[in-house]
Design a protein around this ligand. Structure first.
Ligand code: PMP
Length: 409
């Protein structure tokens, strides 16, 4: 018996995918040509499986600032800010983020994952309650596991269920922290934040919103769902990431809460890991400036998202409940999903393949994500490929003029 035997079921999931050409674990990008195109196995491929919502990974200004910072400050900090000190860029970025969100405090983390690990494990401790949406991202669940609070899940996007669960805790001492996401990463749906904020107020809880996929996407100025829903005053903590709209890596939390700074010596995933390298900090700072100053990026993103979402929906695919930069097509079984995904890749289109149990619907998903940088032509190419493969695999009905019955008639 090997020490890895306990992962047999995971290995089997991949073995069961059958004799396919490729799977997501095998995909290697030989080169990235732009924010929307790369080379996979020497083939030019349109990228519809990134979280590069504003398309800033090749932005000239971001690259220039990053290179300048590497030349001035070096390639890495080689240590944690608590033990080895901060660079001016860390502090400047925290101030910029706090300013953008209109909050007094900001803190940056080495990844978005660590931002959630830090905040959830630290804010809610012994005797407190964490109330999580059941479709929460792994970083939220892992943050809950790292801490000592009692964890309660409520039905996905169901404010009434949240209310019910909080009512049961009414006489329990200790703080209650509700955690939801601006846009959920699998189906692209948003939390009903107006209703959730109302429950939070009534039940005297705290509210944390993870705006990882909604920063730069939703809201008049791109601050996310809290802004578009008009409930920013009810949100105590906003968590986000730099790895999506800002095109780099890292995470953050902003808040107005009194005493916020103590978290720097309480959050273990902040204290015991190396801080973000200067090049990343500098490109993120520039990307944030672009996000704030170029509202046109958000308009293009929304137009592209609608073109893809309504296009797939009109073709007859089963898509998520609302148009957003994440557009997922639900397929009935794993085998069809894997074949579909491979045919898309062979046709020059890269999307994400998500298999149950890692999907909210327990069905496989072909998850496409859109960017402000995609051209209408790239989106139409994607739609044509989806249509063709969907018909070949029987996911879509064959149109009348191509059906054998029509040909015989
Ligand atoms: N929160 C959510 C909702 C996410 O989807 C992700 C990553 N996809 C994270 C946090 C973690 O962010 P990062 O990948 O930047 O660590």
């Amino acid at each position: 018996m090997s020490i890895l035997s306990k992962f047999e079921h995971l290995a089997q999931t991949y073995d069961r995918l059958g004799p396919v050409d490729s799977n997501p674990l095998k995909v290697t990008f030989d080169r990235i040509l732009s924010s929307t195109e790369g080379l996979v196995n020497g083939r030019q491929t349109i990228l519809f499986g990134t979280n590069n919502y504003l398309g800033l990974t090749f932005d000239e200004g971001c690259i220039e600032q990053s290179v300048k910072a590497v030349r001035s400050f070096g390639t890495g900090t080689t240590g944690s800010r608590v033990a080895n000190g901060s660079y001016s860029g860390h502090r400047d970025l925290e101030l910029s983020l706090a300013d953008f969100y209109g909050r007094r405090h900001g803190m940056v983390f080495s990844t978005g994952y660590q931002a959630n690990l830090s905040m959830l494990s630290t804010l809610a401790g012994h005797g407190d309650h964490l109330i999580l949406d059941s479709d929460s991202h792994a970083s939220i669940y892992d943050g809950a596991r790292l801490g000592h609070a009692e964890v309660i899940r409520f039905r996905h996007n169901d404010a009434d269920d949240l209310h019910k669960r909080l009512r049961r805790l009414k006489d329990h001492p200790g703080s209650k922290l509700i955690v939801v996401e601006g846009i959920y990463s699998m189906l692209g749906d948003s939390a009903p934040l107006v209703e959730i904020a109302q429950v939070k107020r009534e039940m005297d809880a705290y509210l944390l919103v993870d705006e990882a996929h909604s920063m730069g996407v939703l809201g008049k100025t791109g601050r996310g769902l809290s802004e578009s829903a008009g409930v920013e005053a009810d949100v105590d903590f906003i968590v986000g990431t730099f790895s999506k709209s800002l095109g780099s890596v890292g995470g953050f939390c902003v808040s107005d809460i009194e005493g916020f700074e103590v978290l720097r010596v309480a959050c273990r995933p902040y204290m015991f890991t190396a801080s973000l390298p200067p090049g990343v900090i500098a490109s993120t700072q520039e990307a944030l400036r672009r996000l704030i100053q170029d509202g046109g990026l958000r308009v293009r993103l929304r137009d592209n998202a609608e073109r893809l979402y309504h296009g797939l929906s009109r073709l007859g695919f089963h898509v998520g409940p609302q148009a957003s930069p994440i557009v997922s097509v639900t397929v009935d079984d794993n085998e069809t999903a894997v074949r579909f995904w491979n045919l898309l890749l062979q046709g020059g289109l890269y999307v994400n393949l998500a298999l149950p149990p890692a999907t909210p619907t327990n069905k496989p998903l072909l998850r496409a994500s859109i960017s402000a940088a995609h051209t209408p032509r790239q989106i139409d190419t994607a739609l044509a490929l989806f249509a063709d493969i969907g018909q070949r695999l029987g996911v879509l009905p064959v149109p009348a003029e191509k059906s054998p019955v029509a040909m015989v008639a």
